[in-house]
Ligand binder design. Sequence first.
Ligand SMILES: [Zn+2]
Length: 110
Amino acid sequence: MSYPIKYLSLQKAELIYEVELRGGTGDSVQELRKQIIKLAQTLPADDILESHLDPADDLKEVKESLLKSQNNLISLKKERFLICFKCGKKGVRYPECPDCNPKIHETPKN
Ligand SMILES: [Zn+2]
């Protein structure tokens, strides 16, 4: 299953890659975004089978991107249950901490 690339959500390095892959160039993120919107219409991702980079460089960039994604996922998981939205208590596992809503955290009695 494949998902369309959300070009406007890409980080600068990823934008540069996608633009250069299609023969464009650009310096600012804004400029790169304008270009990728145009270029992706004539050259959709499914039509691109080869990278302009040397395979070793390409692999290095892919590894860096995956590492960044992994780190983002790890920090998302950590942040997810951190703060009670009512009192701001840190380290809670639910949107409301046991102090603010004791009911939802009661464990069923055996
Ligand atoms: Zn609370």
